[in-house]
Every structure is written in C-alpha cells, then in structure tokens.
Design a protein around this ligand. Structure first.
Ligand code: NDP
Length: 485
C-alpha cells in the first residue's frame, strides 16, 4: 500500500500533524532527518493509523502514491530550503511539495517560482493552532495552484478544525497568498492580545481588582460579543495560582513579552504597502518596550514622574467602568481586524491574488488562536457584499454592523482612553485605534499643513481643493504659485 500524503519533519508540529492525518483515514509516509524521531513516533503512536516510516528521503518519496504530496514541517529558513531541494530532486513533475512552516511570504513566492519551473507544485500553507491544533484540527491557509488544491484540498479538509459545520481551510490564492494571510493572522493575534493586556492593566492598576476578580470579568465577557479563545485563556491564566508561592501566577511571571517575528513581518509589510495597521504596530512596539531592560532598570533607579495609575473611581462606579473597558476593547478590536483585512486586501492587490475575505474570516473561526464568535460578523459582512445584499465597503468599519457597534461603544471608548491618560496607564492599542477611527472620519486632516511644509522645504508640490493639477509656491521668492503639472 502506498501513502496518499507524507510528512517531513517530525518534531512537535510534524508528528502531531502526521497523527491527525492518520486519524482521518490517510495513509501517512513519515520522514525525519534524525531517524530516532521517526522511531519514537512509531513506537508511541504507530497503532493510531496507517503510517509508512522511511529512513531516507528516497524511500519516503517511493512510498507515496502519485501525485506525490508531502508536507514539510521543519525549522523555518535554511532547513526548509534544504528539504524542499531534497524533495524536488527525488520527486517528479506534477508532485506537490507543501511548506507548512511559518515561512515569510516572499520566500514562498521565490520558492514557488523555482519549484514550478521544475514542473512540480509548491504550496506555502500557513498552519495555525499550535501543537494542539496540529493534532486535533488546525486552521490552514494554503497558497499555490488550483491544480495542487485539487489533490491537497480533500486531505487538508479531512484534518482541519470544523467551525459551524465547515472545515477551517480554503484555497487562499496563488504562491505566497497563504503565508501572507497567515502572517496577518499572527499580527491580528498580537493586537488582540495587547488589547486584552491593556484591559487587564486598567482593571488591575486602575481599579485595584485582583487577578482572580479580573479572571471572573473575562469569564463574563466570554459569554458575549467578545467570546473567543484568547479571552477564554486569559481567564484561565488570571485564575492560575503559583504553587510555589501561593501568589497569582501572573505576578510571578517576568513582564517581558517574547516574539518570534511574524508580528514584525506584518508591520514591516504593512509599512511597505502603506497600510496603517496601528493596532498591530502598537502591539509589536509594546512587546519591544517590555523588553527594554536597560531603560526599565534605569527607571527603577530614577523613576520618570507621573500619575500612579489609580483611576480614582469610587467602588459604586467600578462596575460601570469595567463595562466601559469591555466596550473599548470591542471597538478597538474591530479597528485592529479592519486594519488587518486592509493589509490582506493591499497584499492581494500588490501580488495579484484573488482572496475571498469572507472565506478567510470563516476559516479563522476554528482551530486558530484568534478564533472568535466575532469572525462570523466579519464573514457575514464580506459575504453580504459578495451576494449583492450590501454595497462594497472600503474598510470593515463602513459595514453596517461594525459602524453601529463602534457607534454604540465609542462614548465608553473615549472615556477609557481619556481616563487612562489622566491616570498614567499606557493604552497604546486602545488609543491608537481610537485615533485611527477619528482620523478616518475627519473631513479635513492636518495632512494639508504637512503638504505645505513639504512644498516649503522640498518643492514637493501639492494639490488644490478647487482645481486639478500639481502646484508649487515660490516660498523663497515672491510666494506666488506656479502650476507644475
Ligand atoms: P522546529 O521548528 O523545532 O524544527 C525541528 C524539526 O526540524 C525537526 O524535525 C528537525 O529534524 C528538523 N530540522 C532542523 N534542521 C534541519 C535540517 N537542516 N534538515 C532537515 N531537517 C531539519 O519544529 P516545530 O515542530 O516546532 O515547528 C515546525 C515548523 O512549524 C516551523 O517552521 C514552525 O515555525 C512551524 N510552526 C510551529 C508552530 C508551533 O506552535 N510550534 C505553529 C505553526 C507553525 P531533527 O530531528 O533531525 O533535528
């Protein structure tokens, strides 16, 4: 018997993915550079389904039925390139190489081009959900050709998470589209986590609530519009007590947030596409600030002055403020997601991808870290446009549901941002999202003044509100205006 799918790289992600595939009726060829890992997988889980372990890449490729399809789950970067090369050498035209790692979409575009030139298919597939997702159902974002999707689609659908009866996988677009969307997914995840962090900080420092009490608040929030995996685990983390000290777990953790780079890629890409993803950017910068050891140590020695973080809210008014924070969180979250979808749209335009944004929202409803009830609202918005039930909108913020949601939350949102500023609690994602919203709804922006400055020092020219063309004022001359185009 031959395998209909193979997995290369059997560390946490690869072995869980291989097991998931085997659990769903696939015959799975498995290969790992170090054979001991393959043996461990077979010894511990070999009876869970049909596996064909291989000692060499040639043996692995020979055990696959045509078109041979192999998913690579090795360390990102050079190891992934090495495995792609080795597989391409051993495979034949028409075969499919899938990179399931967190590769940068530009690498995927490059690799797809090179592999396609050799007559094979290359699919960059974003996989979200961590090790648990890989085993029990991830959300997957494959790119590549339509032809490769015909073979790969049914296999991926067999192992994907299921949300409201639908598998959380869809063909995103050609070459790097899948990894691009996965990258933005991770960026949105950063923003979502930062917004939750700011909410916690407001209740903790601002209202003096305990982590347990705040955990209870998140439990409540999880029952409404904010229902999501991240809100759910926030409550779990806040309720956790450190066994060693008896203190709240969150108080014994060093307050420096790690990152592995996908958030940074999202922001770098957004900058190059000129898409203002302020929520995601503030989230990445906040993790950066948390890691500025030298500056934070200096502040510990000679503190910068300012208010102490107490919001000064009476006990009787605390519940109302907690509700205001919930609304601010929801409004900011809408902005962060709207910005993320803007980035996907800009990427699609730049690289010629046809991306169904409603489908993207749908496959994020299960399996991945940002899974949330709220994504139903986003998919509905895009699907309504696709079905002609609603006019196309340029930003999710102009969709009727979201327009109304932000409208009803905004008084609370403004109050929270204003009070946080007065109390000295940093809320960069809350406040930048609000500024973005206000920027978007401004009839006149100070960009006019900036154009004046640019024309003054660099003769960069400006447009006039009352006439087409480009103009320059002779600032160092008689200050008359000339038309330049
Ligand atoms: P690691 O990233 O830790 O990679 C270990 C695997 O890579 C091992 O199988 C190892 O083989 C193999 N490897 C390393 N170098 C080479 C090389 N030069 N040639 C061949 N094989 C090599 O494993 P993970 O399972 O954590 O992640 C796999 C991929 O999935 C990564 O790209 C990661 O970014 C991505 N990913 C991870 C998620 C997670 O939650 N961990 C979530 C989503 C994606 P050996 O045993 O021989 O050392």
């Amino acid at each position: 018997k031959k395998a209909n799918i193979g997995v290369v790289g059997l560390a946490v992600m690869g072995s869980n993915l291989a097991r998931n595939l085997a659990h769903h009726g696939n015959t799975v060829a498995v290969f790992n550079r170090t054979y001991a890992r393959t043996e461990t997988l077979m010894k511990e889980h070999g009876t869970e389904g049909d596996f064909i372990p291989a000692k060499t890449i040639e043996e692995f490729v020979a055990s696959l039925s045509k078109p041979r399809t192999a998913i690579i789950m090795v360390k990102a970067g050079a190891p992934t390139d090495a495995m792609i090369e080795a597989l391409a050498d051993a495979m034949e035209p028409g075969d499919i190489i899938v990179d399931g790692g967190n590769s940068f979409y530009k690498d995927t575009i490059r690799r797809e081009k090179a592999i396609r030139a050799r007559g094979l298919h290359f699919v960059g597939c974003g996989i979200s959900g961590g090790e648990e997702g890989a085993l029990n159902g991830p959300s997957m974002m494959p790119g590549g050709t339509e032809e490769s999707w015909k073979t790969l689609g049914p296999i991926l659908k067999s192992i994907a998470a299921v949300a409201e009866g639908e598998p959380c996988v869809t063909h995103i677009g050609t070459d790097g589209a899948g990894h691009f969307v996965k990258m933005v997914h991770n960026g949105i995840e950063y923003a979502d986590m930062q917004l939750i962090g700011e909410s916690y900080d407001l209740l903790r420092r601002g209202l003096g609530m305990t982590p347990q009490q705040i955990g209870d608040v998140f439990d409540e929030w999880n029952k409404g519009d904010l229902n999501s995996y991240l809100v759910e685990i926030t409550s779990e983390v806040l309720h956790q007590v450190d066994a060693k000290t008896g203190k709240p777990f969150v108080d014994i953790v060093v307050d420096k947030a790690g990152m592995k780079g996908t958030g940074t890629w999202t922001v770098q890409t957004a900058l190059s596409l000129a898409v203002p993803v302020t929520g995601i950017a503030e989230a990445v910068f906040s993790r950066g600030l948390s890691g500025m050891s030298e500056q934070r140590a200096e502040n510990a020695r000679t503190p910068l002055t300012g208010p102490n973080g107490d919001l000064g809210i009476d006990d009787a008014d605390k519940a109302a403020f907690v509700e205001a924070v919930r609304q601010a969180l929801y409004a900011s979250k809408i902005v962060a997601y709207a910005q993320g979808f803007d980035e996907i749209q800009a990427g699609a335009k730049e690289y010629g991808w046809k991306i169904d944004l409603g489908a993207v929202a749908r496959i994020w409803r299960g399996g991945c870290i940002i899974r949330a009830k709220f994504l139903n609202r986003i998919s509905e918005a895009y699907d309504n446009v696709a079905a002609g039930k609603q006019e196309a909108f340029s930003s999710l913020l102009f969709d009727d549901y979201f327009t109304k949601a932000v409208e009803s939350a905004q008084e609370a949102w403004r109050e929270v941002v204003a009070k946080a500023a007065l109390a000295g609690i940093p809320v960069p994602a809350f406040s930048s999202s609000l500024s973005y919203y206000d920027g978007l709804r401004s009839k006149r922006l100070p960009a006019a003044l900036i154009q004046g400055q640019r024309d003054f020092f660099g003769a960069h020219t400006y447009g006039r509100v009352d006439q087409p063309g480009a103009f320059h004022t002779l600032w160092s001359g008689d200050r008359s205006e000339i038309q330049t185009a």
